[in-house]
Design a protein around this ligand. Structure first.
Ligand code: 5GP
Ligand code: ZN
Length: 114
């Protein structure tokens, strides 16, 4: 996707602070952090949102959760806990239309929605 911000980050056309990378997944620091640790985990391939996930992409989502677990372990916040947020579409508040998982840690989240 030529005009997609996160595709540009994947291609290195826009710089990012990388936390993790493999053939399919990239994790990088959010530019406007909502917590002391705020990492975005994305599939390298362009998927617009959770709503556009194909059956064949489902194992990739499982891998993304595995990467989040690995990051939590390596960065030492696994035991204290963290929050994972996926905004989907207009009503979900999604601003960048490339599937991404927010991994938030380093403080207690009090503002529970559910
Ligand atoms: P959304 O609101 O779509 O769920 O989240 C988009 C996230 O992308 C926001 O938290 C925002 O701070 C982050 N973001 C937007 N532009 C950039 C950028 O150029 N670089 C990085 N690292 N994060 C970005
Ligand atoms: Zn994209």
């Amino acid at each position: 996707m030529e005009d997609c911000l996160f595709c540009k980050i994947v291609k290195g056309e826009i710089p990012s602070k990388k936390v993790y990378e493999d053939e399919e997944i990239l994790a990088f620091e959010d530019i406007n952090p909502a917590a002391p640790i705020h990492i975005l985990i994305i599939p390298k391939k362009h998927i617009t949102s959770l709503a556009y996930l194909e059956k064949e992409d489902e194992p990739l989502v499982g891998k993304i959760y595995g990467v989040m677990n690995k990051i939590a372990t390596e960065k030492g916040f696994k035991e204290d806990g963290y929050r994972v947020i996926v905004n989907c579409g207009k009503n979900g508040g999604q601003e960048v239309m490339h599937l991404h998982f927010h991994l938030l840690a380093g403080r207690k989240f009090g503002e529970k929605i559910i």
